[in-house]
Write a protein that binds this ligand. Structure first.
Ligand code: BMA
Length: 310
């Protein structure tokens, strides 16, 4: 066993729903955001028939028990949009003032290419906080800031740092940083974290959007080893210099262990797209074996203490 995260005994908290074709096969990798005293989960779902990823919605007040789950997708590939015609995957949510920003992986086909070729792109859209909370799914325009680059696992920092917006994204095998003045155009991209330990040998990628703490921004990310096992790790980033990693755990904070993490559509995977800080506790939402959604918790202080200075 590894890590100081304690799994919820009632895991998984969300499973595929055979009644709804679009989420009948896989329900995983959920974004998580706390708004108005409720944790909102935007989860990735797939049905067996079309294999396309769409996003579903569920919410929980205590962080563990799901009180509401909608029967329809709240975000899906835009009609006629080739770049995401194969699915919208792995959502991350960041609140910036009165808007909620969604970063996701657009999976589709590269426009104008013959023969056609598949593409994986970092995509960004947003919705007003009011619409989100009232479940009026009026999403804004979708942007793909790095065309023709295989790029995913992106999240936006919730505040401007030294006058600029900051995003982390992943061009294998590293986590990269980029900056923006308008949250639409991103540039000055550079490598910020590279694989180091055995458990992250093949590649790493951003997971849950940054959580502000006294020590710095807490980042939870995933690492893939030589045998395709996905584990989660944590790092702390300087509050003023978002390219500076000041602490990083040598060991993973969570690794596949339970049956629903070891067995499933993709075995041996724990993968996160969202965590929430509530009363000094981190609620870490993660997909198990690309098939179900789970939650585990840890005391923030203990987690920070467990990480090594870099
Ligand atoms: C990544 C993404 C994740 C998935 C993981 C493990 O590339 O597709 O959604 O959880 O692989 O299969």
């Amino acid at each position: 066993m590894c890590g100081l995260f304690e799994r919820f005994k009632g895991n998984p908290i969300l499973s595929p729903n055979p009644k709804n074709l679009w989420e009948s096969y896989m329900v995983f990798n959920s974004a998580a955001i706390c708004l108005e005293d409720k944790i909102h989960l935007l989860y990735r779902a797939r049905g067996k028939k079309d294999g396309i990823s769409r996003l579903g919605y569920a919410s929980t007040k205590d962080g563990f028990h799901i009180e509401e789950r909608l029967d329809w997708p709240v975000f899906e590939p835009e009609k006629g949009n080739l770049v995401e015609c194969l699915g919208c995957e792995d959502p991350r949510l960041t609140q910036i003032k009165d808007r909620i920003y969604l970063t996701y992986t657009a999976y589709g086909k590269m426009p104008f290419m013959k023969p056609s070729i598949k593409t994986i792109q970092l995509a960004i859209t947003s919705i007003s906080k009011k619409d989100f909370v009232q479940k009026n799914w009026r999403w804004g325009k979708r942007y793909y800031p790095f065309p023709r680059v295989d790029n995913k696992d992106a999240f936006i920092f919730p505040e401007k740092i030294k006058g600029q917006w900051v995003i982390y994204h992943r061009i294998p095998p590293h986590i990269w940083i980029a900056y923006s003045n308008d949250l639409i155009n991103w540039g000055n991209t550079d490598i910020v974290m590279s694989p180091k330990e055995d458990w992250e040998h093949y590649k790493i990628g951003g997971g849950a959007p940054p959580i502000k703490t006294e020590e710095g921004w807490l980042i939870i990310y995933h690492g893939v080893d030589r045998e395709w096992n996905y584990r989660l790790g944590a790092a702390v980033v300087d509050l003023e210099c978002p390219y500076k990693i000041i602490k990083r755990g040598k060991k993973p904070i969570l690794e596949p262990q339970e049956e629903f993490e070891v067995k499933g559509d993709v075995p041996n995977v724990v993968f996160t797209c969202g965590a929430v800080l509530k009363k000094d506790k981190i609620y870490l939402y993660y997909g198990g074996a690309d098939t179900v959604m789970c939650v585990a918790t840890a005391e923030l202080k203990e987690l920070l203490r467990s990480l090594n200075k870099t």
